[in-house]
Design a protein around this ligand. Sequence first.
Ligand SMILES: Nc1nc2c(ncn2[C@@H]2O[C@H](COP(=O)(O)OP(=O)(O)OP(=O)(O)O)[C@@H](O)[C@H]2O)c(=O)[nH]1
Length: 391
Amino acid sequence: MLSTKEIFLIASLLCFVTFLVLFSFREQGVRGISQMLLASVLGMAGNILYAYGRELSPVFAYEIANAVYASASASALFGYRHLFRRPPHMRAWAVAIALLTVLIAWFHYVVDSFLARTLVASLFQAAVAAGIGFTVLHARAEWRRPYYPKIFILSMCLLISAGHLLRIMRQLVSAAAPASLLEPSSGNVLVLAAGAFALPVLILGGLLIAHRRIVLMAEHAANHDFLTGAFSRRAFFDIGGREQARTARTGQPVSLMLVDLDNFKPINDAQGHDAGDRVLQRFVELAQQELRSIDCLCRMGGDEFAVLMPETDLNGAMALANRIRHRMESSADLLCGVTLSIGVASLREEDSLQTLVKRADLALYAAKGKGRNQVQVEENQVQSWGEAEAA
Ligand SMILES: Nc1nc2c(ncn2[C@@H]2O[C@H](COP(=O)(O)OP(=O)(O)OP(=O)(O)O)[C@@H](O)[C@H]2O)c(=O)[nH]1
Protein backbone atom coordinates (compact mmCIF):
# COMPACT_ATOMS: atom_id res chain seq x y z
CA MET A 1 0.00 0.00 0.00
CA LEU A 2 1.28 3.49 -0.86
CA SER A 3 2.01 5.89 1.97
CA THR A 4 0.03 9.15 2.28
CA LYS A 5 3.15 11.12 1.31
CA GLU A 6 3.55 9.04 -1.84
CA ILE A 7 -0.10 9.73 -2.72
CA PHE A 8 0.54 13.49 -2.52
CA LEU A 9 3.72 13.12 -4.57
CA ILE A 10 1.92 11.16 -7.31
CA ALA A 11 -0.88 13.76 -7.37
CA SER A 12 1.78 16.46 -7.65
CA LEU A 13 3.37 14.59 -10.55
CA LEU A 14 -0.02 14.34 -12.31
CA CYS A 15 -0.44 18.11 -11.91
CA PHE A 16 3.01 18.49 -13.47
CA VAL A 17 1.93 16.35 -16.45
CA THR A 18 -1.23 18.43 -16.95
CA PHE A 19 0.98 21.54 -16.69
CA LEU A 20 3.25 20.27 -19.52
CA VAL A 21 0.30 19.51 -21.82
CA LEU A 22 -1.42 22.82 -21.01
CA PHE A 23 1.84 24.67 -21.60
CA SER A 24 1.95 23.31 -25.15
CA PHE A 25 -1.61 24.70 -25.66
CA ARG A 26 -0.92 28.18 -24.31
CA GLU A 27 -0.43 29.97 -27.63
CA GLN A 28 -3.46 28.47 -29.38
CA GLY A 29 -5.78 31.27 -28.31
CA VAL A 30 -8.14 29.08 -26.25
CA ARG A 31 -9.67 30.85 -23.28
CA GLY A 32 -9.08 29.47 -19.78
CA ILE A 33 -5.68 27.88 -20.46
CA SER A 34 -3.70 30.32 -18.27
CA GLN A 35 -6.07 29.70 -15.32
CA MET A 36 -5.71 25.93 -15.79
CA LEU A 37 -1.91 26.34 -15.96
CA LEU A 38 -1.99 28.24 -12.68
CA ALA A 39 -4.18 25.48 -11.20
CA SER A 40 -1.56 22.87 -12.19
CA VAL A 41 1.32 24.83 -10.65
CA LEU A 42 -0.59 25.55 -7.43
CA GLY A 43 -1.78 21.92 -7.36
CA MET A 44 1.84 20.72 -7.53
CA ALA A 45 2.86 23.11 -4.75
CA GLY A 46 -0.17 22.30 -2.56
CA ASN A 47 0.43 18.54 -2.74
CA ILE A 48 4.12 18.91 -1.88
CA LEU A 49 3.22 21.18 1.05
CA TYR A 50 0.70 18.63 2.34
CA ALA A 51 3.38 15.92 2.14
CA TYR A 52 6.47 17.75 3.40
CA GLY A 53 5.31 21.13 4.81
CA ARG A 54 5.31 19.75 8.33
CA GLU A 55 9.07 19.20 8.11
CA LEU A 56 9.59 22.96 7.58
CA SER A 57 6.96 24.33 9.98
CA PRO A 58 3.33 23.37 10.78
CA VAL A 59 2.11 26.61 9.18
CA PHE A 60 3.26 25.25 5.78
CA ALA A 61 1.40 21.95 6.21
CA TYR A 62 -1.82 23.49 7.54
CA GLU A 63 -2.59 27.09 6.62
CA ILE A 64 -0.34 27.56 3.58
CA ALA A 65 -0.98 24.06 2.11
CA ASN A 66 -4.74 24.50 2.40
CA ALA A 67 -4.68 28.06 1.03
CA VAL A 68 -2.50 27.01 -1.93
CA TYR A 69 -4.59 23.92 -2.69
CA ALA A 70 -7.85 25.87 -2.41
CA SER A 71 -6.40 28.48 -4.80
CA ALA A 72 -5.46 25.67 -7.21
CA SER A 73 -9.02 24.32 -7.21
CA ALA A 74 -10.52 27.82 -7.56
CA SER A 75 -8.12 28.48 -10.45
CA ALA A 76 -9.35 25.31 -12.21
CA LEU A 77 -12.91 26.62 -11.73
CA PHE A 78 -11.89 30.01 -13.21
CA GLY A 79 -10.42 28.10 -16.16
CA TYR A 80 -13.79 26.44 -16.79
CA ARG A 81 -15.63 29.75 -16.34
CA HIS A 82 -13.36 31.31 -18.99
CA LEU A 83 -13.65 28.30 -21.31
CA PHE A 84 -17.42 28.71 -21.27
CA ARG A 85 -17.33 32.53 -21.27
CA ARG A 86 -18.91 32.93 -17.85
CA PRO A 87 -17.91 35.55 -15.24
CA PRO A 88 -15.39 33.94 -12.82
CA HIS A 89 -16.58 35.75 -9.63
CA MET A 90 -12.96 35.94 -8.52
CA ARG A 91 -13.58 38.32 -5.63
CA ALA A 92 -16.11 36.00 -4.00
CA TRP A 93 -13.73 33.05 -4.31
CA ALA A 94 -10.80 35.10 -2.97
CA VAL A 95 -12.93 35.91 0.10
CA ALA A 96 -13.81 32.20 0.43
CA ILE A 97 -10.11 31.22 0.28
CA ALA A 98 -9.21 33.86 2.88
CA LEU A 99 -12.03 32.63 5.14
CA LEU A 100 -10.90 29.02 4.69
CA THR A 101 -7.32 29.95 5.68
CA VAL A 102 -8.51 31.84 8.77
CA LEU A 103 -10.74 28.92 9.82
CA ILE A 104 -7.92 26.39 9.30
CA ALA A 105 -5.64 28.58 11.43
CA TRP A 106 -8.39 28.90 14.07
CA PHE A 107 -8.94 25.13 14.21
CA HIS A 108 -5.19 24.63 14.33
CA TYR A 109 -3.95 27.18 16.87
CA VAL A 110 -7.04 28.14 18.91
CA VAL A 111 -9.07 24.91 18.93
CA ASP A 112 -6.99 22.06 17.56
CA SER A 113 -9.63 20.05 15.67
CA PHE A 114 -8.81 17.78 12.71
CA LEU A 115 -12.55 17.20 12.27
CA ALA A 116 -13.23 20.92 11.87
CA ARG A 117 -10.29 21.39 9.49
CA THR A 118 -11.51 18.46 7.39
CA LEU A 119 -15.00 19.92 7.35
CA VAL A 120 -13.80 23.35 6.17
CA ALA A 121 -11.38 22.01 3.50
CA SER A 122 -13.79 19.38 2.17
CA LEU A 123 -16.74 21.80 2.01
CA PHE A 124 -14.60 24.17 -0.05
CA GLN A 125 -13.51 21.41 -2.47
CA ALA A 126 -17.10 20.15 -2.80
CA ALA A 127 -18.24 23.72 -3.60
CA VAL A 128 -15.55 24.09 -6.29
CA ALA A 129 -16.50 20.75 -7.91
CA ALA A 130 -20.17 21.74 -7.78
CA GLY A 131 -19.24 25.13 -9.32
CA ILE A 132 -17.42 23.42 -12.22
CA GLY A 133 -20.30 20.98 -12.75
CA PHE A 134 -22.79 23.84 -12.71
CA THR A 135 -20.69 25.84 -15.22
CA VAL A 136 -20.51 22.91 -17.67
CA LEU A 137 -24.19 22.03 -17.26
CA HIS A 138 -25.32 25.65 -17.55
CA ALA A 139 -23.51 25.92 -20.91
CA ARG A 140 -25.24 22.83 -22.36
CA ALA A 141 -26.91 24.90 -25.09
CA GLU A 142 -23.36 25.49 -26.45
CA TRP A 143 -22.29 21.84 -26.25
CA ARG A 144 -20.98 20.44 -29.52
CA ARG A 145 -20.17 16.83 -30.37
CA PRO A 146 -18.41 14.86 -28.99
CA TYR A 147 -20.26 14.99 -25.68
CA TYR A 148 -18.06 12.57 -23.72
CA PRO A 149 -15.69 15.25 -22.26
CA LYS A 150 -18.68 17.10 -20.76
CA ILE A 151 -20.27 13.89 -19.47
CA PHE A 152 -16.89 12.90 -18.01
CA ILE A 153 -16.51 16.27 -16.25
CA LEU A 154 -20.06 16.23 -14.91
CA SER A 155 -19.62 12.69 -13.55
CA MET A 156 -16.30 13.62 -11.94
CA CYS A 157 -17.79 16.75 -10.35
CA LEU A 158 -20.65 14.70 -8.96
CA LEU A 159 -18.27 12.05 -7.60
CA ILE A 160 -15.91 14.62 -6.10
CA SER A 161 -18.67 16.62 -4.39
CA ALA A 162 -20.31 13.43 -3.08
CA GLY A 163 -16.91 12.07 -1.99
CA HIS A 164 -16.13 15.17 0.06
CA LEU A 165 -19.55 15.12 1.70
CA LEU A 166 -19.11 11.41 2.52
CA ARG A 167 -15.68 12.18 3.96
CA ILE A 168 -17.26 14.77 6.26
CA MET A 169 -19.98 12.29 7.29
CA ARG A 170 -17.43 9.58 7.97
CA GLN A 171 -15.32 11.98 10.02
CA LEU A 172 -18.41 12.91 12.03
CA VAL A 173 -19.82 9.46 12.75
CA SER A 174 -17.21 6.74 12.21
CA ALA A 175 -14.98 5.54 15.02
CA ALA A 176 -12.48 4.38 12.34
CA ALA A 177 -12.12 7.91 10.92
CA PRO A 178 -8.48 9.10 10.77
CA ALA A 179 -7.15 11.44 13.45
CA SER A 180 -4.68 13.26 11.19
CA LEU A 181 -4.16 13.99 7.49
CA LEU A 182 -1.15 11.73 7.07
CA GLU A 183 -2.45 8.79 9.15
CA PRO A 184 -1.19 5.67 7.31
CA SER A 185 -4.40 3.57 7.70
CA SER A 186 -5.60 2.01 4.42
CA GLY A 187 -8.99 3.80 4.69
CA ASN A 188 -7.28 7.18 5.00
CA VAL A 189 -4.90 6.43 2.11
CA LEU A 190 -7.87 5.61 -0.13
CA VAL A 191 -9.79 8.76 0.85
CA LEU A 192 -6.67 10.91 0.37
CA ALA A 193 -5.92 9.33 -3.00
CA ALA A 194 -9.46 10.07 -4.21
CA GLY A 195 -9.22 13.67 -2.97
CA ALA A 196 -5.68 14.30 -4.23
CA PHE A 197 -6.38 12.99 -7.75
CA ALA A 198 -9.55 15.09 -8.07
CA LEU A 199 -7.71 18.25 -9.14
CA PRO A 200 -5.62 16.65 -11.93
CA VAL A 201 -8.77 14.88 -13.14
CA LEU A 202 -10.70 18.17 -13.28
CA ILE A 203 -7.81 19.84 -15.13
CA LEU A 204 -7.75 16.86 -17.52
CA GLY A 205 -11.46 17.47 -18.26
CA GLY A 206 -10.64 21.11 -19.07
CA LEU A 207 -7.81 19.87 -21.30
CA LEU A 208 -10.21 17.66 -23.27
CA ILE A 209 -12.49 20.62 -23.92
CA ALA A 210 -9.57 22.93 -24.79
CA HIS A 211 -8.17 20.30 -27.17
CA ARG A 212 -11.51 20.01 -28.97
CA ARG A 213 -11.66 23.80 -29.28
CA ILE A 214 -8.16 23.87 -30.80
CA VAL A 215 -9.11 21.18 -33.35
CA LEU A 216 -12.26 23.15 -34.28
CA MET A 217 -10.28 26.39 -34.60
CA ALA A 218 -7.71 24.64 -36.84
CA GLU A 219 -10.50 23.18 -38.98
CA HIS A 220 -12.16 26.57 -39.24
CA ALA A 221 -8.86 28.25 -40.20
CA ALA A 222 -8.22 25.62 -42.91
CA ASN A 223 -11.75 25.88 -44.31
CA HIS A 224 -12.22 29.65 -44.23
CA ASP A 225 -10.51 32.60 -45.80
CA PHE A 226 -8.98 34.73 -43.06
CA LEU A 227 -9.77 38.09 -44.69
CA THR A 228 -13.38 37.64 -45.79
CA GLY A 229 -14.68 34.68 -43.78
CA ALA A 230 -15.80 32.96 -47.02
CA PHE A 231 -14.97 29.25 -47.44
CA SER A 232 -11.40 28.56 -48.58
CA ARG A 233 -10.27 27.00 -51.84
CA ARG A 234 -9.57 23.78 -49.90
CA ALA A 235 -13.13 23.76 -48.52
CA PHE A 236 -14.45 24.38 -52.05
CA PHE A 237 -12.97 21.10 -53.28
CA ASP A 238 -14.18 19.20 -50.18
CA ILE A 239 -17.74 20.54 -50.45
CA GLY A 240 -17.69 20.25 -54.26
CA GLY A 241 -16.65 16.59 -54.03
CA ARG A 242 -19.51 15.88 -51.64
CA GLU A 243 -22.01 17.71 -53.87
CA GLN A 244 -20.81 15.81 -56.92
CA ALA A 245 -21.32 12.48 -55.11
CA ARG A 246 -24.76 13.59 -53.95
CA THR A 247 -25.75 14.59 -57.49
CA ALA A 248 -24.61 11.18 -58.80
CA ARG A 249 -26.74 9.52 -56.12
CA THR A 250 -29.90 11.63 -56.31
CA GLY A 251 -29.82 13.07 -59.84
CA GLN A 252 -30.35 16.59 -58.39
CA PRO A 253 -28.61 19.34 -60.40
CA VAL A 254 -25.68 21.33 -59.03
CA SER A 255 -24.29 24.50 -60.56
CA LEU A 256 -21.24 26.65 -60.13
CA MET A 257 -20.54 30.31 -60.67
CA LEU A 258 -17.05 31.75 -60.83
CA VAL A 259 -16.99 35.43 -59.94
CA ASP A 260 -14.16 37.86 -60.63
CA LEU A 261 -14.16 41.49 -59.53
CA ASP A 262 -13.66 43.89 -62.44
CA ASN A 263 -10.86 46.45 -62.32
CA PHE A 264 -9.99 45.62 -58.76
CA LYS A 265 -6.26 46.21 -59.16
CA PRO A 266 -6.65 49.99 -59.71
CA ILE A 267 -8.35 50.25 -56.28
CA ASN A 268 -5.30 48.72 -54.67
CA ASP A 269 -3.03 50.95 -56.69
CA ALA A 270 -4.94 54.19 -56.11
CA GLN A 271 -6.37 53.74 -52.58
CA GLY A 272 -4.05 51.20 -51.03
CA HIS A 273 -4.22 47.52 -50.12
CA ASP A 274 -6.45 48.14 -47.07
CA ALA A 275 -9.12 49.75 -49.25
CA GLY A 276 -8.86 46.72 -51.57
CA ASP A 277 -9.29 44.41 -48.55
CA ARG A 278 -12.41 46.29 -47.47
CA VAL A 279 -13.91 45.92 -50.97
CA LEU A 280 -13.31 42.14 -50.82
CA GLN A 281 -14.94 41.95 -47.37
CA ARG A 282 -17.95 44.01 -48.44
CA PHE A 283 -18.39 41.95 -51.57
CA VAL A 284 -18.61 38.79 -49.44
CA GLU A 285 -21.05 40.42 -46.98
CA LEU A 286 -23.35 41.60 -49.78
CA ALA A 287 -23.12 38.37 -51.75
CA GLN A 288 -23.98 36.31 -48.65
CA GLN A 289 -27.17 38.35 -48.28
CA GLU A 290 -28.28 37.28 -51.76
CA LEU A 291 -27.35 33.61 -51.43
CA ARG A 292 -29.45 30.84 -49.90
CA SER A 293 -28.23 28.97 -46.86
CA ILE A 294 -27.36 25.91 -48.98
CA ASP A 295 -25.08 27.89 -51.34
CA CYS A 296 -21.33 27.95 -50.57
CA LEU A 297 -19.35 31.06 -51.27
CA CYS A 298 -15.62 30.30 -51.50
CA ARG A 299 -12.62 32.52 -52.13
CA MET A 300 -10.55 30.81 -54.77
CA GLY A 301 -7.72 33.36 -54.53
CA GLY A 302 -7.09 37.09 -55.08
CA ASP A 303 -10.33 38.68 -56.31
CA GLU A 304 -11.84 35.44 -57.63
CA PHE A 305 -14.70 33.67 -55.85
CA ALA A 306 -16.79 30.57 -56.51
CA VAL A 307 -20.37 29.85 -55.51
CA LEU A 308 -21.47 26.22 -55.40
CA MET A 309 -25.23 26.00 -55.78
CA PRO A 310 -26.70 22.61 -54.83
CA GLU A 311 -30.13 21.65 -56.19
CA THR A 312 -29.83 24.42 -58.80
CA ASP A 313 -30.03 24.08 -62.59
CA LEU A 314 -28.42 26.43 -65.08
CA ASN A 315 -31.40 28.81 -65.24
CA GLY A 316 -31.59 29.07 -61.47
CA ALA A 317 -27.83 29.66 -61.31
CA MET A 318 -28.00 32.43 -63.90
CA ALA A 319 -30.83 34.13 -62.05
CA LEU A 320 -28.84 34.03 -58.83
CA ALA A 321 -25.69 35.26 -60.57
CA ASN A 322 -27.54 38.22 -62.02
CA ARG A 323 -29.07 39.03 -58.65
CA ILE A 324 -25.60 39.23 -57.13
CA ARG A 325 -24.25 41.27 -60.03
CA HIS A 326 -27.13 43.78 -59.75
CA ARG A 327 -26.66 43.99 -55.99
CA MET A 328 -23.00 44.94 -56.49
CA GLU A 329 -23.94 47.51 -59.09
CA SER A 330 -26.43 49.12 -56.75
CA SER A 331 -23.80 49.16 -53.97
CA ALA A 332 -21.16 50.88 -56.10
CA ASP A 333 -20.39 53.42 -53.35
CA LEU A 334 -19.51 50.62 -50.87
CA LEU A 335 -17.47 48.72 -53.43
CA CYS A 336 -15.59 51.70 -54.93
CA GLY A 337 -17.44 51.13 -58.21
CA VAL A 338 -16.29 47.54 -58.65
CA THR A 339 -18.51 45.38 -60.89
CA LEU A 340 -18.60 41.62 -61.37
CA SER A 341 -17.87 39.26 -64.25
CA ILE A 342 -19.45 35.88 -63.71
CA GLY A 343 -19.15 32.54 -65.47
CA VAL A 344 -21.82 29.90 -64.81
CA ALA A 345 -21.85 26.16 -65.50
CA SER A 346 -23.89 23.15 -64.41
CA LEU A 347 -22.51 19.72 -63.56
CA ARG A 348 -23.08 17.13 -66.30
CA GLU A 349 -23.16 13.41 -65.73
CA GLU A 350 -19.70 12.80 -67.19
CA ASP A 351 -18.12 15.78 -65.38
CA SER A 352 -15.47 15.74 -62.69
CA LEU A 353 -15.40 18.74 -60.37
CA GLN A 354 -12.30 19.98 -62.20
CA THR A 355 -14.16 19.86 -65.53
CA LEU A 356 -17.03 21.85 -64.04
CA VAL A 357 -14.59 24.49 -62.77
CA LYS A 358 -12.92 24.61 -66.15
CA ARG A 359 -16.22 25.20 -67.94
CA ALA A 360 -17.26 27.93 -65.51
CA ASP A 361 -13.81 29.46 -65.93
CA LEU A 362 -14.21 29.55 -69.72
CA ALA A 363 -17.57 31.27 -69.27
CA LEU A 364 -15.94 33.79 -66.91
CA TYR A 365 -13.21 34.38 -69.47
CA ALA A 366 -15.92 35.06 -72.06
CA ALA A 367 -17.63 37.54 -69.69
CA LYS A 368 -14.33 39.42 -69.26
CA GLY A 369 -13.68 39.33 -73.01
CA LYS A 370 -17.13 40.71 -73.83
CA GLY A 371 -16.61 43.82 -71.77
CA ARG A 372 -17.04 42.76 -68.09
CA ASN A 373 -20.00 43.44 -65.74
CA GLN A 374 -22.03 40.52 -67.06
CA VAL A 375 -22.95 36.88 -66.62
CA GLN A 376 -21.96 34.29 -69.23
CA VAL A 377 -22.84 30.61 -69.24
CA GLU A 378 -20.73 27.65 -70.33
CA GLU A 379 -19.43 27.86 -73.86
CA ASN A 380 -21.93 25.67 -75.70
CA GLN A 381 -24.98 27.41 -74.29
CA VAL A 382 -26.63 30.12 -76.29
CA GLN A 383 -27.99 32.16 -73.40
CA SER A 384 -26.03 35.12 -72.19
CA TRP A 385 -27.28 37.56 -69.60
CA GLY A 386 -26.05 40.94 -68.47
CA GLU A 387 -25.78 44.58 -69.09
CA ALA A 388 -23.46 44.31 -72.05
CA GLU A 389 -25.77 41.77 -73.71
CA ALA A 390 -28.88 43.81 -72.95
CA ALA A 391 -27.24 46.85 -74.51
N1 LIG B 1 -6.26 44.23 -51.31
C1 LIG B 1 -6.03 42.97 -51.72
N2 LIG B 1 -5.64 42.76 -52.99
C2 LIG B 1 -5.43 41.50 -53.40
C3 LIG B 1 -5.59 40.40 -52.52
N3 LIG B 1 -5.31 39.26 -53.21
C4 LIG B 1 -4.99 39.65 -54.47
N4 LIG B 1 -5.06 41.00 -54.60
C5 LIG B 1 -4.81 41.82 -55.76
O1 LIG B 1 -5.91 41.69 -56.66
C6 LIG B 1 -5.48 42.01 -57.95
C7 LIG B 1 -6.14 41.03 -58.89
O2 LIG B 1 -5.64 41.17 -60.16
P1 LIG B 1 -6.54 41.22 -61.46
O3 LIG B 1 -7.66 40.23 -61.33
O4 LIG B 1 -5.62 41.10 -62.63
O5 LIG B 1 -7.08 42.69 -61.37
P2 LIG B 1 -8.34 43.38 -62.04
O6 LIG B 1 -8.00 44.83 -62.02
O7 LIG B 1 -9.56 42.99 -61.30
O8 LIG B 1 -8.42 42.87 -63.53
P3 LIG B 1 -9.65 42.21 -64.28
O9 LIG B 1 -10.03 40.99 -63.49
O10 LIG B 1 -9.13 41.87 -65.62
O11 LIG B 1 -10.76 43.20 -64.32
C8 LIG B 1 -3.95 41.94 -57.96
O12 LIG B 1 -3.44 43.24 -58.04
C9 LIG B 1 -3.60 41.37 -56.58
O13 LIG B 1 -2.42 41.91 -56.03
C10 LIG B 1 -5.99 40.67 -51.19
O14 LIG B 1 -6.18 39.78 -50.33
N5 LIG B 1 -6.20 41.96 -50.83
